[in-house]
Design a protein around this ligand. Sequence first.
Ligand code: SF4
Length: 274
Amino acid sequence: MGSNRFISGIYNYCDYWCERCAYTRRCRNYQMDPGLKRRADGQPPPIERDAANAAFWADLAEAVRETELFGPADARDREAGLPDDLQPDSEWLAREEAHRAAVQQHPLVRMAFDYMKRVEAWQSTADPDLKAVARDLLEAAKSPVPNPAEEEAREIGDMIEIATWYHTLIPPKLSRALDGVFEKDGLDDDPPGVLAETRQHDANGSARVVLLAIERSIAAWTRLRTLVPAQGDAILDLLVPLDRMRGGIHLILPGAQHFPLAFLGEFSEPPTNA
Ligand code: SF4
């Protein structure tokens, strides 16, 4: 790869989980941000890390395919200093406020925030069961007879990491997707012009990232139900809203599922920097 190593805009529609990304070597954001790169210190070399991450997500995707649970598969102060002719007009402000409120009140967005709070509550209530499982696994790992305890312990950690990474990503990304839909619907241009197309494109891209986050969360929770049976019912209560959100997104943004995500290796056209 030469000077064209970077994939244009790959970071616009991704899950920001750089430690688990298979395209760190081709992401300008990652390569130019010392903070992001530092977080990878101590990890394997980039080529190996990207390959290992690709394999990790491929394995989890396989687990999703096998899952049958749900069937087949402060700005106001700054404004005060602006000259009058640069003040936003009150009509525009009222429209923006109504728009923002509509997004926040949308049932899917409310469900996403509710899910986020439920996951946070789960983290505290599940702690005793998780510690009990960890103790059992530690004991089993001491056994001279080969057993899968170490692998299971690692897997529990991975699944919790996945579910907890995505639970905070879903509400803002879903809000952005619906914001794009409302903005597009509020435009007066008929037939739809470039602005409407741009809004729709952004809504689809954000929604596709949410769908990915939901699918991966469902896979992680489903596996955790097996690994920590005592948490089966509690985890089911988290899976239900995830499935409902997924269905709602398919209805409102049917184009989202076809939006290519470059950080997954999906490209709308062959990248010229391959
Ligand atoms: S594309 Fe990958 S490396 Fe770049 S910001 Fe997104 S997750 Fe991080």
